[in-house]
Structures are given as structure tokens and as C-alpha cells.
Design a protein around this ligand. Structure first.
Ligand code: C2E
Ligand code: MG
Ligand code: MG
Length: 563
């Protein structure tokens, strides 16, 4: 009979002492270990069944049956069985059969119990360690692999030299912020959890999909499965409970796709390129999936440069303010103007489309807006000092300002510091989808009004809640987006009909209307007939540098509006 001190047992234990912490590795070691004591213990067959249901610590669970030892000479059917209960309502059962014709006595059965208990402890320890390691590699909310796991997995593929058979896909859910804002963050969490499950269902062995925080998901898939995946995530239905009701949300994603070439620099580079392609998809509002190309990299580098150089450029006063007149349709006089920023950089003048969205994305735009406001105040001061009556200047303010609880105070401090009359200023705001923004906007508009500053809604008609904005916000001016104006002069124009009603609504609510982007006399005539208050567009003038605009202002320039 074997004892704890027997050579066989010593070897049995040694064989189970592995560096590795994986349950699977330990399971693979057991047959070799059992071989050392099989003869001493008269083992005929040794089988183990593991049934661990999914738990909060392990979302997949673990089910397994395997024969860990079987004697070539056969075994007797009189099994000695032992079952252990795991803390998470699972079981590990051993069935041990003696060699043919052998019967264990009580002492030997006690040794078998000791053996199975020890095996259970070794396995449980491996599993706990494995699960702890997994937790560190798992995203808490979705149970998907996290960033660290993703990197580990990719490095393993790289070590095998097969990364070039894979593609990285960086995806972001469309309208997720909208879900969070309209249905609440709990519903948002449910969406992410359920979405995570659907992604887990998708990927195969040797592939991985991880959550990179927020609503970002990154997949590394074999090249041949990419199209399938993009198709899969183009629409995933998620059911969420809202009070007593359930609602099915069709979730779609936007993706940047980077097939890994031979000789890739690093995994981070692959992820970066997929991410740059996603940003491109987002900013250009192009197709839902954008494949990486060189131009995207250049754009991403350019953005990085803008971000890193911005503060210095602000300090060096590289930003200029141009002014585009708003023309009174009846008199042809300059009734106001819009301050539009330009960046004078390396001898050329960059237009805001190239840098404003980047700064907005990075949360840097507010500094620029205040810089523009200061320049505008300075210019107004110069005009009044020279007895030139300034037409009201509107300054664009990003909706990111609405997070600032002292916004109106900050604006007023700037105006006071230049000692100018607030009547000459107007702040342009764009529509926003979020209700918090909306409330902050209402407050900001009212506070500015109390201080004598007008406000306007920019790009009206392109956002979400145009009609309630008209009703509830106490703004003074509505600026109708160029996209409306573009089509009014064509025959049978629906835009013309809509615009006509919008302008009379604005008029009826005692607000002024400004039509943006008017390029032709035909458009201007229609706008005039609709009683639009002011027109701003290339038909009259492009945004002008300070000196040129000052000249027109000083000379009382009259534009031809008798069309
Ligand atoms: P926006 O505020 O809607 O300004 C009107 C834009 O339309 C200006 O472009 C103007 O030059 C352009 N525009 C005016 N009339 C016409 C026309 O007849 N045809 C065409 N094709 N375009 C016309 P710009 O100056 O390139 O500015 C683009 C956008 O950049 C602005 O749109 C605004 O959203 C943003 N922006 C400009 N300056 C600032 C700023 O100081 N702060 C912030 N936050 N955004 C700014
Ligand atoms: Mg504007
Ligand atoms: Mg606009």
C-alpha cells in the first residue's frame, strides 16, 4: 500500500508542481503523475467529471469529463467515487476503478480519498489563480477581454509569426451617447453588456474581440472573417427593459479596418491605424466601415500636430479673425457680421474646417472661442475709438462651453475688461441633442440677455429639436443653415416651401432670421420675398480680413439687394 512517504507519492506530487497556472495544464499533468502511483494503488481506471456553472467570477463556466488513467490490463467495475462541491455551486467528481480482480480495503480507500482530495485542491488552486488572472484581463461590465488581454493575445499571434493573417477592426457604437442620454445610463450599461455577449458569440478560436472602454470594441479576426463581422455588427438587436416594458434597439457600429501587413512595427501601431480609420469614418460621415489608407495616416498626423501646437499658436497670436457681413435685405446695408476664425500658419491661411473639429474633439475649442471673443472686443474698441459704428458682431461658441457653470460670467468679464457696449455682440450657439446641454443653453441665453447680449442659433435645421428650440429658447436670431438655402431656387423645391414657413414662424415669434450661404441672386430674391431679415453669403462677400471689413464698415458700403 502507498503511504504519504512513499517514493511513488513523492514523484506523484513532484509531477504536479508546475510553473503554469492554467487548469488545462494541470489536467494535462495528472495522467503522468498518476502513473507513478498507479501500481502501488492498484488503479484500473481514474476518471474525473467537472461541472462548474457560469458564475459572476467566470461567465463561461467549465464542463469537462476525462479519463486520467486507464490500465492497459483493464479495470474492475466496482468504482470508488468521491464528489467535491465547489463554492460556486459546481461539482468535481472522481470515479476510481481498481485493477481487474482487486478489492481495496478501508485503509486503501482512505488513501484514495486523500488522493482525490489533494487533486481537487491542486485543481481548485489552479482555477482560482487562473480566474484571478482572467479578471485582470477581463472587462468588468461586459466580461469581454480587456485591452491588456488584447495586447497579450496579439503578442502571442506575433510570436507564432501569423499576425499577417489577421485584421484589426476598431469599432464604436453609433448613437450610444444618445441612448445614454435619452434612456439613462443603466439602459446604456445593459446595451453594452448584451452587445458584449453578442460579440462573444461571434468570434472563433484564435480570434478575439475586446472592449477598449466606453463604447469602443476592438477585434482581431482572421482576414477571411472580416466581411462577415462587419455585416454582423452593421445591426445587432438588443432588448432593454424600461420600467414594465421592453424595447428592442437596433445597434449599429462604425469601424476602422486595418489588415495587418508583413513586417508590422508594433501591435499598438495596428490599433492606432484602425482607430485613425475609425476617426476618419466619423469625421467624414462616410461609410460605416473605412479601410485604412495612407491619406488617413497623414490626416491623423496632421491632427496630432494641430493638437500639440495649438497652445503655442494661441500664444503667438497665429489665429486671425475674419468678418463676413450680414446684409439687410431691404436696405443693402451691413446689419451685422460674423466673426470667423482663420489660422495663419507657415505663410498660409487655414480655414476652420481643418482645425475647429479637431480642437472640438480634444476639448480645446473653448480656449480658441475666448481668444476670438477677445480679438472681437479689441476690434470693436478700435472701431468705436475711430467713430466707426460697429454692426453687431456674432461670435461662434462651441457647445462644449455649456459644461462651464460660470460661462456667462466669464463672457461678461471679457466684455467688461475691454469696456465695450454689449449691444455690439452676439453669441452663436448650435443645436444639441443632449437635454443637459439644452438646459445649460437656456440658462446661458437668459443670463446673456439680462446683460444685454443677443444670442443666435446657428445652422438651424440640421440638428434634432429645431421646433422646440424656437418655442423655448429666448434667442434673438435664427441662422438658417446653408443646406436649406442651397435648394430654394430649383423648380418644385420642397426646401423652399419649408423655409417659407420657418421664416414666417421666426418672424411671428419676434426673432430675426439670417440665411447662411446665399450664393446667387435668385436665392437672394426668394429669401427677400420670404421676408428673411438678413442674408450672409458669398453673393455679397466672403469672410474678410479685419482691414478690408473695416473699410466697408467705415464707408457705409451698400450691397445691391434690388434683385
Ligand atoms: P458657421 O458658423 O456656420 O459659419 C458659416 C460658414 O459658412 C463660414 O465658413 C462661411 O465662410 C461659410 N459661408 C458663408 N457664406 C457662404 C457661401 O455663400 N457659400 C459657401 N460655400 N460658404 C459660405 P468658415 O469660415 O469656413 O467656418 C466654418 C465653420 O467653422 C463655421 O460655420 C463654424 O461652425 C466654425 N467656426 C468658425 N470660426 C469659429 C470660431 O471662432 N469658434 C468656433 N467654435 N467655431 C468656428
Ligand atoms: Mg456661425
Ligand atoms: Mg452656420
Amino acid at each position: 500500500m502507498t503511504t504519504l512517504c512513499s517514493e511513488g507519492y513523492r514523484q506523484f506530487y513532484n509531477a504536479l508542481q508546475a510553473e503554469t497556472v492554467s487548469t488545462e495544464d494541470i489536467l494535462n499533468l495528472i495522467p503522468g503523475a498518476l502513473a507513478y502511483i498507479a501500481e502501488e494503488l492498484h488503479l484500473g481506471k481514474f476518471a474525473m467529471r467537472t461541472e462548474l456553472p457560469p458564475s459572476s467570477a467566470d461567465s463561461h463556466g467549465f464542463n469537462d469529463f476525462r479519463v486520467l488513467y486507464e490500465s492497459p490490463d483493464g479495470f474492475d467495475l466496482s468504482a470508488h467515487s468521491r464528489m467535491f462541491k465547489s463554492p460556486a455551486k459546481g461539482t468535481v467528481s472522481f470515479a476510481v476503478f481498481p485493477s481487474v480482480g482487486y478489492r481495496w480495503n478501508d485503509e486503501e480507500k482512505a488513501s484514495l480519498d486523500f488522493l482525490t482530495k489533494n487533486l481537487y485542491i491542486v485543481l481548485a488552486k489552479a482555477r482560482v489563480t487562473e480566474m484571478l488572472n482572467m479578471r485582470q484581463l477581463t472587462d468588468f461590465l461586459t466580461n469581454l477581454p480587456n485591452t491588456s488581454y488584447f495586447m497579450k493575445f496579439c503578442n502571442e499571434l506575433n510570436a507564432k509569426g501569423i499576425l499577417n493573417q489577421y485584421t484589426v477592426i476598431f469599432s464604436n457604437l453609433k448613437s450610444f451617447n444618445y441612448i445614454n442620454q435619452t434612456l439613462g445610463s443603466q439602459a446604456g450599461d445593459t446595451v453594452l453588456k448584451e452587445y458584449g455577449k453578442k460579440l462573444t458569440d461571434f468570434y472563433k478560436q484564435n480570434e478575439l474581440i475586446a472592449r477598449f472602454g466606453g463604447d469602443n470594441f476592438v477585434a482581431i479576426l482572421r482576414n477571411e472573417n472580416v466581411e462577415n463581422y462587419l455585416n454582423y455588427i452593421s445591426k445587432i438587436n438588443i432588448t432593454v427593459a424600461l420600467g414594465n416594458q421592453t424595447r428592442v434597439l437596433a445597434i449599429s457600429a462604425r469601424s476602422g479596418v486595418y489588415p495587418i501587413p508583413d513586417g508590422l512595427g508594433s501591435i499598438s501601431e495596428a490599433i492606432g491605424r484602425a482607430n485613425a480609420s475609425l476617426s476618419y469614418a466619423r469625421q467624414t460621415n462616410s461609410l460605416d466601415a473605412v479601410w485604412f489608407r495612407q491619406e488617413i495616416l497623414e490626416r491623423a498626423n496632421n491632427e496630432r500636430e494641430i493638437i500639440s501646437y495649438f497652445k503655442t499658436a494661441l500664444l503667438h497670436k497665429e489665429f486671425l479673425v475674419y468678418y463676413q457681413p450680414k446684409v439687410d435685405v431691404i436696405t443693402g446695408r451691413i446689419a451685422g457680421c460674423e466673426a470667423l476664425v482663420r489660422w495663419k500658419r507657415n505663410g498660409s491661411v487655414l480655414s476652420p474646417a481643418g482645425f475647429v473639429p479637431v480642437l472640438e474633439n480634444e476639448g480645446l475649442i473653448c480656449d480658441l472661442d475666448f481668444y476670438v471673443l477677445e480679438r472681437v472686443c479689441e476690434h470693436i474698441k478700435q472701431w468705436t475709438d475711430k467713430n466707426i459704428v460697429p454692426a453687431r458682431v456674432s461670435v461662434n461658441f462651441s457647445k462644449l462651453h455649456l459644461r462651464n457653470p460660470h460661462l456667462s460670467e466669464d463672457v461678461m468679464n471679457v466684455i467688461r475688461s475691454y469696456g465695450i457696449n454689449p449691444d455690439f455682440l452676439e453669441i452663436e450657439l448650435t443645436e444639441s441633442a443632449s437635454s443637459e446641454d439644452y438646459e445649460a443653453m437656456e440658462l446661458f441665453v437668459d443670463e446673456l440677455k439680462l446683460n444685454g447680449i443677443c444670442t443666435s442659433i446657428d445652422d438651424f435645421g440640421t440638428g434634432y429639436s429645431s421646433l422646440s428650440l424656437l418655442k423655448d429658447l429666448h434667442v434673438d436670431v435664427i441662422k438658417i443653415d446653408k443646406s436649406f438655402v442651397d435648394n430654394i431656387a430649383v423648380t418644385y423645391s420642397k426646401d423652399r416651401i419649408i423655409l417659407n414657413s420657418i421664416i414666417s414662424m421666426i418672424d411671428g415669434l419676434n426673432m430675426d432670421s439670417v440665411a447662411e450661404g446665399c450664393e446667387s441672386a435668385a436665392q437672394a430674391k426668394i429669401l427677400k420675398d420670404m421676408n428673411c431679415t438678413m442674408i450672409q453669403g458669398y453673393l455679397f462677400d466672403k469672410p474678410l480680413p479685419f482691414d478690408e471689413y473695416t473699410e466697408k464698415l467705415a464707408s457705409g458700403h451698400i450691397y445691391k439687394t434690388d434683385l
